[in-house]
Ligand binder design. Structure first.
Ligand code: IVH
Length: 673
């Protein structure tokens, strides 16, 4: 009697949790579900002899395990070879067609869930064991933790073979990950780098109550050991698994041609941000199971499947060395030399480590395995150290006590994290200062790369920026690797830069805290370097966007005798030291509109674009929020674009921006009607 009621309760709870967790289509109220559950808990408490491991009450185990036992997989869990481009997919298709000369070839394309692979073993339809992939032949027994995942059926529906293995990807949904990190932030614990690490960490908890507290989910995508089943295609396998009660990702598609496959893969590059979980690509599989058998596998991966990978936003690599560079202000910046790795579409071999405090905070050592990402979508940065990969051979980094360029003493600036070379004549200052002076957003002198600047400084031809303007073609020709043609071009490019104007010149001078934007504001307001040089801190802070820090730095720079000498030399050389004054009176067409720029635009630099927008009264900010009116996105736009799409903010490409600016300009003209 009691046994019967218990059975009935388990059947009902099983049915309703499948509706809730797998199908996302509950039939009863939560309260009703809780009532059934509590009734079962009560009966089992009174009759502990009737508790079975597949009872819904047993999802969260009691005592923490000592460690994980290793279990061998009856069929190896292979990995997949990767495709990074349409060409790679075409090559895969050719290989498949060579191995399967049959016209009826079809592919199934599935989302590649970014979590960790799990093998589920069922005996007589009951979950017996769950294991991680491990090295592919042997994994860890994580049964008690996997039981806590509600979407994993403990008992299967319908007729099932005596033994079956089901494979899938356990993952942590984005919202659960964000919540977990919020909690960790509050508790002062280190943040988890991404949902995949969080899922792996959660499944490897020795106390399954911890796993249960972290919402994990699963999608199944195939089978390991299987008895003869009535299915003949992968698509039917997915449908069969769904009928048994498993959660199968709904976004799979059967494709008849590789072009269809490619188009489907590409369509997810953008759509993926809308998913509540991370995918790192798509998996393409030959649909026919007979075809799969015929193609077979290499030792590592099946020949009948391939993973199409999106450019990674994060990557794991090794810090091979930490080198120190002296910048144009004399500040020493440590940089990680990385084992080259693909990241967001390019190969990365260096990452800035900012300063000593950053290295200490992250605990980065030479030899460490680290997770990197692209900060601000361009500069690679280390997020965290993978401490579990430490071997003991790692070396900690010490900031050098003397300057690597000139051997002078290095001091830490009081109250800051920066270390600085004390030698104001350090050759690095001049060289780096000149590299900045000639750079694209400053004087924009073509043909003056780092190597040429270094030779100009080393040969003693140039001792300050103004010296560039008295160089002759003959002098330049004597430099290494310089032919007559490139020498002439360089001299012409230098001469042309004389007309760059005050805004670019001010930015190029590298006055501390004066970025391109502040430089433009100052140039447009004062119109002449002589007037700016005489301005007081109060006059400067009266300007929009000029704070006390910038103002003080400007006043201090122009008070130095070197500044006066440099201005005199630049004037003598005929460099333009003025800018057209623009009065921002009246309401401009883009007044009140806020823009965010992201990615690389085809022709405009970010500063050009910002200048254009600001010239029409628009404001350019760095982060996307509900207040943003437009996001201007170029190549390799990253998270800002994602955010814009989530917030339904209008996204413009360069042409559309120009059109908007154009329209805005036309609007200003008096109308004829
Ligand atoms: S099929 C032999 N399908 O990707 C075929 N794998 O790089 C094995 N993954 O270890 C895998 N989503 O952890 C397959 N729809 C999917 C997948 C998927 C994620 C993971 C899985 C596997 C890794 C291969």
């Amino acid at each position: 009697m009691i046994a019967q009621e218990i059975d009935e309760l388990r059947r009902l709870l099983h049915y309703h949790s499948h509706r809730y967790y797998v199908l996302d289509a509950p039939e009863i109220e939560d309260a009703e579900f809780d009532r059934l559950y509590q009734r079962l808990v009560k009966l089992e408490q009174d009759h502990p002899e009737l508790i079975t491991p597949d009872s819904p009450t047993q999802r969260v185990g009691g005592t923490p395990a000592e460690g994980f036992e290793r279990v061998a997989h009856s069929v190896p869990m292979l990995s997949l070879s990767n495709a990074f481009s349409a060409e790679d997919l075409l090559a895969f298709d050719t290989r498949v067609r060579n191995g399967l000369p049959d016209d009826s070839l079809e592919y199934v394309v599935e989302l590649k869930i970014d979590g960790l692979a799990i093998n589920l073993v069922y005996e007589s339809g009951r979950l017996l064991r769950a294991a991680t992939r491990g090295d592919g032949t042997e994994g860890e027994d994580v049964t008690s933790n996997v039981r806590t995942i509600r979407a994993v059926p403990l008992v299967l529906n319908g007729q099932v073979p005596p033994v079956m293995e089901v494979r899938g990807e356990a993952y942590m949904p984005r919202p659960a990950f964000d919540r977990l990190n919020d909690e960790r932030l509050e508790a002062g614990e280190p943040l988890l780098a991404n949902p995949r690490n969080a899922a792996a960490g959660s499944l490897r908890q020795l106390d399954s109550r911890v796993t249960a507290s972290r919402t994990l989910d699963i999608f199944v995508y195939g089978m390991g050991a299987r008895e003869e089943l009535a299915v003949t295609t992968h698509e039917q396998t997915l449908q069969f698994l769904q009928e048994l009660g498993f959660k199968v990702n709904p976004h799979y598609r059967v494709c008849k041609t590789i072009s269809e496959v490619i188009a489907y893969c590409q369509s997810w590059a953008e759509k993926r941000v809308d998913l509540p979980y991370d995918i790192d690509g798509l998996v393409i599989k030959v649909n026919s199971l007979a075809g799969q058998r015929q193609l077979g596998s290499t030792a590592k991966d099946p020949r009948w499947a391939i993973a199409f990978k999106f450019p990674a936003e994060q990557a794991t690599t090794i810090v091979e060395d930490i080198v120190v560079r002296v910048g144009r202000t004399g500040v020493l910046t440590p940089t990680a030399v990385l084992r080259p790795v693909r990241l967001a579409g390019s190969t990365v071999s260096r990452a800035t480590l900012h300063n000593e405090d950053f290295i200490k905070e992250k605990g980065i050592c030479i030899g460490d395995t680290v997770i990197i990402h692209k900060a601000g979508e361009i500069i690679p940065e280390v997020i965290s150290v993978v401490e579990s990969r430490r071997t003991g051979a790692e070396k900690s980094f010490v900031m050098p006590a003397t300057c690597p360029e000139c051997g002078s003493m290095v001091l830490r600036i009081p109250g800051e994290s920066a270390h600085k070379c004390i030698n104001s004549a350090c050759p690095a200052l001049l060289r780096e200062g000149l590299i900045h002076f000639v750079s694209r957003d400053a004087m924009n002198i073509d043909g003056l790369g780092q190597a040429v600047v270094t030779s100009l400084v080393d040969s003693g031809l140039v001792a300050d920026a103004a010296d560039l303007y008295t160089l002759t073609a003959e002098q330049v020709l004597n430099l290494e690797r310089m032919g007559p043609k490139s020498a002439q071009n360089l001299i012409e490019a230098i001469a042309a830069s004389k007309q760059a104007g005050l805004a670019r010149l001010l930015f190029g001078l590298g006055i501390r805290f004066v970025g391109a934007k502040a430089a433009a504001t100052l140039a447009r307001h004062f119109g002449d370097i002589e007037l700016l040089a005489k301005a007081s801190a109060d006059e400067l802070t009266a300007l929009d966007e000029i704070g006390p820090r910038i103002a003080e730095s400007v006043v201090e720079s122009f008070a130095r005798p070197e500044a006066e000498r440099l201005i005199a030399k630049l004037t003598a050389a005929g460099v333009k030291l003025t800018e057209e004054i623009r009065r921002t009176t009246g309401i401009l067409p883009l007044t009140g509109k806020t823009f965010v720029l992201t990615g690389t635009l085809p022709t405009l630099t970010r500063n050009d674009a910002a200048e254009l927008i600001e010239s029409q009264g628009g404001k350019v900010t760095s982060s996307v929020s509900k207040k943003t009116d437009y996001v201007v996105a170029g190549e390799e736009a990253g998270s800002k674009l994602d955010k814009a799409q989530k917030l339904s903010i209008t996204v413009l490409n360069e042409a559309e921006l120009m059109a908007l600016l154009g329209t805005a300009q036309r609007d200003e003209e008096p109308s004829l009607s």
